[in-house]
Each structure stands twice: as structure tokens, then as C-alpha cells.
Ligand binder design. Structure first.
Ligand SMILES: Nc1ncnc2c1ncn2[C@@H]1O[C@H](COP(=O)(O)OP(=O)(O)OP(=O)(O)O)[C@@H](O)[C@H]1O
Ligand SMILES: [Mg+2]
Length: 249
């Protein structure tokens, strides 16, 4: 599969790094068996390079969450190869896969999935502690990230005391805490109001522009097209690359 030249928001042509960080070859995921089997992902090829924001659009049931879960090592494919930073995920033991996910992949979900008994600060600190930081390192890094995302005044709040947009920014801080090169976001604006959604979209784009990360987003939110490097339509388990919107050219 060839990689199209990505366009930035500023319409500057940008040649992607030739080394893809995410590489899927002929990946298939079938749920169930026999008559009730569902081929949610069907022989998909996809690659994404550092500094690219790849958007996957598609209707409900198209296979978007399944695809992101495969890329993120949360699901094992029925067949095919999934490489992240040159490591074949399908060859890792469960323990090695958990370690790999912690260091290399950051996840953002539609409903945030923060730990409800922990404050905003503690939610981010926890990942840092799991990643081997000392208590003081974890506290400092967590605070820095939350301040950067405009949450310096919400450090001690529990998730239920935060708005949806604030919770999603905590989730983003948590996903980025260990500086993973790949960030996967499943409907990250799906439960946010318009303004909060725009803030999250802006933060995702910053990750690509300023930190050169690879961001893969599944969404129904057409606004994300305007910050995407490449856009795919997912349907019946297949991916089709779409031309970039006219406004980007
Ligand atoms: N655990 C599962 N067991 C069986 N079938 C499943 C499972 N998870 C998903 N499916 C099926 O796989 C297909 C793709 O589901 P998936 O959740 O990936 O879609 P999606 O594009 O993320 O949809 P949505 O936009 O509603 O989130 C659907 O037909 C769904 O019913
Ligand atoms: Mg989904």
C-alpha cells in the first residue's frame, strides 16, 4: 500500500517520514464462528508515519473500534500482521504486550474511562508510576501535563466533578503521560459539546505538529477531517482512502 503525501492544516505539502510507525498487513478480525461469524475487519492494509494524523470515518458497526483495538494490541487478529515501531504485536506474550502498550501506545476513549475514585492528578500519576517513575517524578510530570491542558485549577477534582471536556483532557494527559509515539483515539469528541470537542481536536493536532507523534482517530466528527493528514472510510471491515477536503488544498 502506498502512502499519500500528507497535507498539513496550513496547506504545506509534507513528505511523511518514510519509516511507518504503524504497519498493518492483511489484517482480519472475525468475531464468533459459523453462521453468526462477523468479519469486522477484512484484510486491511494500513500504515501511518510519525507526524501523521490518520482519521477513520465510518457508520456504526463499520469496524472502527475493532480496527483501533487491533492496532492498540487490545485484540488479537484472526490473521495478518500488526507492527508498531517494528515490533510484531501478534508475536508478543501477554505480559510483553502489556509492557509494550504502556510504553508505546496511548489510548483515548469516547467515555474517558478515568478511574472514578482517583483525582485528575492521581489518574495521570498512576500511569507514570506503572511506567517506573518515582512518586515525585510522577507528580511533577502529571502536574505539568494537566497545567498544559488548562487543568491546573482542577488537579484535585474527582472525574465526576469535571465537565466532559475536562475529563477528556485528563484522559488525553493520561494517554500522553509516558510519551508514547502512537496515540489512538476512539470517538474522542463523541460525548463532548462543540467547544470542548474543538479543544480536543486542537490538542490532537498539536501532538502531530509539535511532537511528531502518530495519531489514529476513529470518529463520526467531520471537523476532524480538517486537521487530518489522511482520511479513510471504513465500511464492512474494509478501508478506502478518501481525497483530502478541498479546503486543505
Ligand atoms: N465482541 C464482539 N463480539 C461479536 N461481534 C462484535 C464484537 N464487537 C464488535 N462486534 C461486531 O463487529 C462489527 C464492528 O463493530 P465495531 O464496534 O468495530 O464498529 P464501530 O465502527 O466501532 O461502530 P460504532 O461507530 O457504533 O462504535 C459490528 O457488526 C459489531 O456488531
Ligand atoms: Mg466504535
Amino acid at each position: 500500500m502506498t502512502t499519500a503525501t500528507a497535507m498539513t492544516r496550513n496547506s504545506e505539502p509534507r513528505t511523511p517520514n518514510p519509516e511507518p510507525l504503524v504497519q498493518l498487513r492483511e489484517v482480519t478480525k472475525v468475531y464468533g464462528h459459523g453462521d453468526t461469524a462477523v468479519r469486522a475487519v477484512d484484510q486491511i492494509n494500513l500504515q501511518a508515519c510519525p507526524g501523521e494524523l490518520v482519521l477513520i470515518l465510518g457508520p456504526s458497526g463499520a469496524g472502527k473500534t475493532t480496527l483501533l483495538s487491533l492496532i492498540g494490541g487490545l485484540l488479537h487478529p484472526t490473521s495478518g500482521s500488526i507492527q508498531i515501531a517494528g515490533t510484531e504485536l501478534t508475536a508478543l506474550s501477554p505480559a510483553a504486550l502489556s509492557r509494550f502498550r504502556l510504553q508505546q501506545l496511548g489510548f483515548v476513549f469516547q467515555f474517558f474511562q478515568l478511574l472514578s475514585a482517583l483525582t485528575a492528578l492521581e489518574n495521570v500519576e498512576l500511569v507514570l508510576r506503572l511506567g517506573g517513575c518515582t512518586f515525585s517524578q510522577a507528580r511533577q510530570r502529571a502536574e505539568e501535563l494537566l497545567v498544559r491542558f488548562g487543568l491546573g485549577h482542577r488537579l484535585q477534582h474527582l472525574p465526576r466533578m469535571l465537565s466532559g471536556g475536562e475529563q477528556q483532557r485528563v484522559a488525553l494527559a493520561r494517554a500522553l503521560a509516558l510519551q508514547p509515539p502512537v496515540v489512538i483515539a476512539d470517538e474522542p469528541t463523541g460525548s463532548l459539546d462543540s467547544h470542548s470537542g474543538e479543544q480536543v481536536i486542537h490538542l490532537l493536532r498539536q501532538l502531530v505538529d509539535e511532537e511528531h507523534r502518530t495519531v489514529i482517530v476513529a470518529s463520526h466528527d467531520l471537523r476532524i477531517q480538517h486537521v487530518a493528514s489522511r482520511v479513510f472510510r471504513c465500511g464492512d471491515g474494509h478501508l478506502e482512502e478518501l481525497p483530502m477536503p478541498q479546503s486543505e488544498l
